[in-house]
Design a protein around this ligand. Structure first.
Ligand SMILES: N[C@@H](CCC(=O)N[C@@H](CS)C(=O)NCC(=O)O)C(=O)O
Length: 229
């Protein structure tokens, strides 16, 4: 069975994407948790990833039984779709599929302000910081407005409940954004907020969140707003 190497569920936004794609679509896989440590020479994190032999020191990495590895979330999503043509990992309609991929690529390459200022930290809640950042950071306001536009236009076009109707990789791609928006209480339109709630209440997402809350591991690199406990 294929293995998905991921890091801390509380923090690892990139890990969440393929994990939720697989879990949410009912595709069997084995999860390998490689916790963040110091990233330095001899770190357990690097040792575990080096053992895969792909030369990649970031998660997620999907590894087949024969050792074949796929990394980078967009490549992993495409590989999952190729391996499971019977499942609508992407929308079936070519134009809807292209649009879903455009959104994912836009997410993958952009939204720097949201990513830097509001890191995923599922167990934390920073509404005051979110409000302050929305006032002071034009880039964050722009990112949130664009997220809202993407979600609203996709939901209006498909009729929901997920961006392209049924749940798929594109929804998993935005799941970390849902975690950031809810934890920093970032303002969303009613349609976008309802979508965020739907993602948060997906059984697979609820499973990830529950596991994240149990971790109780503090990773300083991912904690711009909380002192060491
Ligand atoms: N573009 C990559 C990003 C992967 C990434 O940055 N992963 C983070 C964890 S969320 C990581 O492994 N960081 C460890 C490091 O940078 O040393 C993808 O799409 O998979």
């Amino acid at each position: 069975m294929m293995k998905l190497y991921i890091a801390n569920k509380n923090y690892s936004s990139w890990s969440l994407r393929p994990w939720l794609t697989l879990k949410g679509l009912g595709i069997p896989f084995e999860e390998v948790m490689v916790r963040f440590d110091d990233f330095g020479p001899g770190s357990r994190f690097h040792a575990a990833l080096d053992a895969i032999g792909a030369g990649v020191r970031k998660v997620p990495i999907l590894v087949e039984d024969d050792g074949f590895a796929v990394w980078e979330t967009l490549a992993i999503a495409e590989y999952i779709a190729d391996r499971h043509p019977e499942i609508a990992v992407w929308p079936r309609d070519p134009q809807a599929r292209a649009r879903a991929r455009s959104y994912c690529a836009e997410m993958h390459a952009g939204f720097g302000s949201l990513r830097n200022l509001c890191p995923m930290n599922i167990e934390a809640y920073f509404p005051e910081i979110g409000t302050r950042l929305m006032e002071s950071e034009a880039g964050l306001r722009k990112d949130i407005a664009r997220i809202d536009q993407i979600w609203s236009e996709a939901l209006a076009a498909s009729g929901g409940p997920f961006l392209f109707g049924e749940f798929g990789a594109v929804d998993a791609y935005f799941a970390p954004v849902v975690m950031r928006a809810t934890r920093f209480a970032l303002p969303l339109s009613p349609a976008a907020a309802a979508y965020a709630k739907r993602i948060e209440q997906l059984p697979a997402m609820a499973e990830w969140i529950a596991a994240a809350l149990l971790e109780q591991t503090y990773v300083a690199e991912d904690e711009p707003y909380r002192g060491h406990r």
